[in-house]
Ligand binder design. Structure first.
Ligand code: GH3
Ligand code: MG
Ligand code: MG
Ligand code: MG
Length: 316
């Protein structure tokens, strides 16, 4: 866990650095609130801050108030460290949004366990966020979390002038899998399908469960042609998934899936719903052309030629 120390007194700062470093924390050390405030806005922002109160430039209380006003997805646990021990001061410190308060000179044992409490709360928060954002069955993002990531991706795409693409995919005749093998087998097939999609993606791509047996993947910095090739690779790999089950009495379950691809140009002011609608139109076309194929939204044209015999890909 990354911990930031904010302390203007060099001796006290050094003591904290050494002590917390020995406990295995990754330390960022700053001399006043202003310097710490700059760190908070960067990509290296820590999860836990231990800050002195009285400092030049910006004091600990103001730093804490500013952090609490930030629109930050992760919680920052804030411990105020000070020589001020009056009840009134403690209340003022806690009022600023601090989670905890330690009186200087600090006791090593007390500091250690108060930091551990902070760590426990941060870990719980991560766990809750993870549970709230992922689909329980497949581990993919749930629809709400996917849509939130997409809004960020649209902003990023416009800011960086980079295109991105969406792949919407739906398992073909999945109802038949449930009807033939039961719902539990259907669940296992969904898990394998989701894993297969992820394995064909790069680390910064992300996938969400859009509906029952429908998944959606976002490929940042990817044009339609590249996304078409990825979808085609996914399609071929899905075709070769062999789901065999415990007792081996029945034949392995085989599935196919249809794919719709759409791209977003950073020059457009299209809404997320409209981009997804285009991917959905392409998916609809893939289904109506006979399933087990990839269609791209140009004028909705087929990428996959004559599946499943041939695997020739041709975007456009
Ligand atoms: P199509 O090729 O047109 O997509 O046909 P389909 O049978 O896949 O589509 P349909 O919409 O008729 O059926 C989807 C099925 O997916 C029905 C539903 O019970 C099943 N399903 C949705 N969510 C789950 C799930 O979490 N687990 C299991 N086992 N089945 C699910
Ligand atoms: Mg000070
Ligand atoms: Mg289906
Ligand atoms: Mg469906």
């Amino acid at each position: 866990m990354r911990v930031m120390i904010v302390e203007d007194d060099p001796i006290s700062r050094h003591l904290l650095e050494t002590f917390l470093g020995e406990l295995g924390y990754e330390i960022i050390s700053t001399c006043d609130g202003l310097e710490a405030w700059e760190v908070m806005q960067g990509s290296e922002a820590p999860s836990l801050v231990i800050s002195d109160w009285m400092m030049p430039a910006m004091d600990g209380v103001e730093l804490c108030e500013r952090i609490r006003r930030m629109d930050k997805p992760d919680y920052t646990y804030f411990i105020l460290l000070t020589a001020k021990g009056d009840k009134k001061d403690v209340i003022k410190g806690l009022e600023s949004g601090a989670d905890d308060f330690i009186i200087k000179p600090f006791d090593r044992g007390e500091l250690k366990f108060r930091v551990k409490i902070g760590e426990r709360i941060i870990n719980l928060e991560h766990r809750i966020t993870q549970l709230a954002n992922t689909d329980f069955l497949t581990g993919a993002l749930n629809r709400r979390a996917f849509m939130a990531r997409m809004e960020e991706e649209i902003s990023r795409s416009i800011r960086k002038h980079k295109e991105f693409s969406l792949i919407l995919t739906d398992i073909d005749h999945f109802k038949k899998v449930n009807d033939t093998h039961g719902h539990q087998v259907g669940d296992l097939v969904l898990q394998k399908f989701s894993t297969e999609l992820s394995e064909n993606m790069r680390p910064y791509d992300f996938v969400g469960r859009y509906g029952g047996e429908e998944f959606i993947a976002c490929l940042p910095d990817t044009n339609m042609e590249q996304a078409g090739l990825t979808a085609e690779r996914m399609r071929l790999n899905v075709e070769s998934i062999q789901c065999s089950f415990q007792d081996n009495t029945s034949l392995p379950v085989q599935i196919t899936a249809s794919f719709g691809v759409a791209s977003f140009k950073p020059t457009s002011d299209e809404s997320l719903d409209s981009i997804i609608k285009r991917a959905d139109d392409a998916l609809y076309m893939a289904k109506s052309e006979g399933r087990n194929r990839v269609c791209a939204y140009h004028n909705v044209s087929s990428i996959t030629k004559n599946p499943p015999e041939s695997s020739n890909e041709q975007a456009g």
